[in-house]
Design a binder for this molecule. Structure first.
Ligand code: IVH
Length: 694
């Protein structure tokens, strides 16, 4: 089985793929609900069902405009979203990256060993990891001050959660008071869950009383914890496993394992399958052990989490976006099934990408009905020689999109046609072409293609872009189709009069929409750049551009200059770590295009884009400075040097120019150091750099 066929992480989905998957998920979850409620005999495990719902929620969160009227989120288990106070986490609550097999796990371990120079230099130095079950509940952060529970918050979006303090007091295993000697401030994090037997009993009781029947233990736990009436929570048997800490005033422990022991001593429940492992063999053995016991555990788990044991290493490894470099979740394997490919259809996305979609004979995979899956692109279909009528194997891994893995029986398909990828856009009939070196086939219709225009506008108002509340995807499409908005600037020219009399719009909702639009007449630069929908420019790249150039005027000026090959501006753009040649090309081309500039000028006359302010780096001496590392570093790997510099607000560049502030040169530094000296730049030794930054 090809291990590189992977379900798409939510943050890499295209909007078309998101729409498809949400459609499939809505149907699948509904199917399952029916089976669950009517037959009382679900075909899917609770954890699998739960994984689906979480995937659905994650996609909806990222593509709010794609939320369907029949979204499962609106039906079962939807706890009150308001009513609880909000709490900003003192330390963000992170998520975890995933691996699915031993090879990926080995890559993860290798990346840690590369990052920590003493480990890459000395392969014999052990790297201990703590392996523990991944509990399928909901994470919560408990804040103790002077040993007393003062606050409990759900994870929320990781930055801000809901205040569930009153309810947390009713959770078994959450101590209200801790023994003497605990740090003055101590945030303990872990998972609130409901035992399977308690879940079944609760449902039985509720059913008899005509109350709410929960789909799975996780929903039951979430629904129970997020009760505005804490008397109800008190009545529900919730439990808690502790596995991490957030804000703490002092740390007397120096490994995760030692912290787990302290948690036990302080009266918390920790999972009995928590083990310190040395090397991948021990890790895999423990993974297998946990997998073997999974069915008999009285709570749901969906994988195993591995964490670097040494905390000083954890600190140095730090984070990439929202996940630590020092921990990973090893998910339990995917479910597979075989079905017939009935048809291949095409969907057109925001940037004109034509995405082929497998229309499948509906099939149950791990208890969930799957009828559509993305086929990615023309190569994927050709390489697997997928033809309509084939029996294909599909896979649905834990919480991800169904994939066609391979053709298992082509039934002698040679007499059937190979799939011919369209050469015209199915929506606007413009030519669809595939540029050399690109996987995607694109509609060249640009502004004339209604599908692209719809998707571009949807993207513009979406959650991570302008985030215009109340302007859902269906409104954008309707406004566009009726000629109210053609370009983003038109949104800011909408008037109440234009909306009056439209179906579904009342005075109140019109007022709300106007207010939501007005609220976005000033916007942060990263959001604005992201909203433009430049090819390949996601949130992370938009942020990089904002950070590098600081203002829209500077960005546009620089991109204008960067059209000249060999220009300083192009070099500066290419020097941004995370921006490669192909991305740079898309960015420069976007700003070179006259029509885009017209749209941009129009937009900027309606919207104020705030200049980018670098996050507070506490008076760091290198904040805003550009640094180049060259030669061999003795005390840290390149990766660590770069991560550290960036955490202090510096920009790390790969090549030396007039704009470089510091060149850190180790032994073996060559042309870069020479160039730095010629330009009269500050050249530091590694030690001087360390002194400057610590
Ligand atoms: S550690 C920085 N350990 O998994 C590490 N998380 O996918 C933060 N989870 O939001 C989490 N069991 O809700 C950790 N033993 C465990 C876990 C665990 C379940 C959940 C947690 C987190 C999610 C990340």
């Amino acid at each position: 089985m090809s291990s590189d066929v992977r379900v798409i992480p939510v943050d890499e989905l295209t909007s078309v793929e998101a729409d498809l998957e949400l459609e499939a998920l809505a149907r699948e979850i509904k199917d399952h609900d029916q089976r669950y409620y009517q037959d009382d005999a679900p075909l899917v495990t609770d954890a699998e069902y739960d994984a689906l719902r979480r995937r659905n929620e994650a996609i909806e969160k990222r593509f709010p405009l794609s939320v369907r009227p029949d979204s499962p989120t609106n039906r079962v288990g939807a706890a009150p979203v308001s009513g609880f106070g909000k709490i900003k986490h003192a330390k963000p609550m992170l998520s975890l990256g995933n691996v699915f097999d031993e090879e990926e796990l080995q890559d993860f371990i290798d990346s840690i060993r590369r990052f920590l120079k003493e480990l890459s230099d000395n392969p014999d130095v052990p790297l201990e990891m703590v392996a523990e079950p991944k509990i399928d509940g909901l994470s919560i952060s408990l804040r103790y001050e002077h040993g007393k529970l003062v606050q409990a918050a759900t994870r929320g979006d990781g930055v801000e959660g809901e205040d569930v303090t009153a309810n947390a007091r009713h959770v078994t295993d959450i101590p209200l008071e801790l023994p003497a000697g605990v740090p003055e401030v101590l945030e303990v994090r872990g998972e609130v869950y409901m035992a399977k037997k308690d879940f079944l009993a609760l449902n039985e009781r509720n059913e008899a009383q005509g109350g709410k029947v929960f789909a799975n233990p996780r929903n039951a736990a979430a629904g129970s914890l997020r009760q505005l009436d804490s008397k109800i929570t008190a009545d529900r048997p919730l439990k808690f496993f502790a596995y991490a800490y957030g804000d703490v005033s002092t740390t007397s422990w120096d490994t995760h394992g030692a912290f787990i022991d302290l948690l036990k001593a302080w009266g918390f429940s920790v999972n009995p399958y928590t083990r310190v492992c040395n090397g991948i063999d021990e890790i895999m053995a423990h993974y297998d052990t946990i997998g073997e016991h999974r069915a008999e555990l009285d709570y749901d788990i969906d994988g195993v989490v591995y964490k670097v044991n040494r905390l000083d290493w954890q600190d140095r490894l730090g984070f990439v976006s929202r996940a630590p470099r020092w921990a990973i979740a090893h998910k339990f394997p995917a479910e597979k099934a075989i079905t017939i490919l009935n048809d291949i259809t095409i969907q057109v996305g925001r940037t004109g990408v034509l995405t082929p979609v497998a229309e499948l004979e509906p099939i149950t995979v791990g208890g969930v009905v799957v009828s559509r899956a993305t086929l990615h692109n023309v190569d994927y279909i050709r390489d697997l020689d997928i033809r309509v009528g084939d029996h294909v194997e599909i896979q649905r891994a834990g919480d991800v999109i169904p994939q066609v893995l391979q053709v298992v029986d082509d039934g002698g398909h040679d007499d059937r046609d190979t799939y011919i990828f369209p050469t015209k856009c199915p929506v606007c009939d413009s030519h669809a072409i595939r540029e050399e070196g690109e996987a995607a086939t694109r509609c060249t219709g640009g502004l004339v293609c209604a599908a692209q225009a719809h998707e571009r506008l949807k993207h513009f108002v979406s959650r991570n872009a302008f985030d215009i509340e109340g302007m859902g995807g269906k409104h954008v499409v309707a406004f566009f189709d009726d000629g109210l908005i053609k370009t983003p600037g038109d949104i800011f020219r909408l008037t109440p009069e234009m909306l009056k009399g439209r179906e579904g719009w009342k005075d109140k909702s019109i007022d709300n929409l106007m207010a939501a639009i007005n609220a976005k007449r000033t916007i942060e630069m990263p959001r604005f750049v992201f909203a433009l929908g430049i090819q390949q420019v996601g949130q992370a790249t938009a942020r990089l551009l904002a950070k590098q150039y600081g203002s829209m005027a500077a960005l546009r000026g620089a991109m204008d200059g960067a059209r000249v090959i060999g220009s300083e501006q192009l070099e500066e753009l290419l020097n941004i770590d995370g921006i490669g040649a192909s991305m740079a090309k898309d960015i420069v081309e976007f700003f070179a295009e006259e029509r885009n500039n017209a749209v941009l000028d129009d937009l900027l006359s309606n919207v104020t884009v705030e200049d980018f302010e670098a996050p507070d780096t506490d008076g760091s001496p290198v904040a805003g400075k550009t640094v180049v590392f060259t030669g061999t570093l003795e005390t840290m790997s390149r990766g660590e040097a770069k991560a550290k510099a960036e955490s202090l607000g510096a920009k790390v560049s790969g090549s030396v120019s007039k704009k470089t502030d510091y060149v850190v040169a180790g032994p073996g530094a060559g042309s870069k150091e020479k160039k730095a000296r010629e330009l009269g730049l500050t050249v530091l030794s590694e030690q001087e750099w360390v002194d400057l930054t610590s």
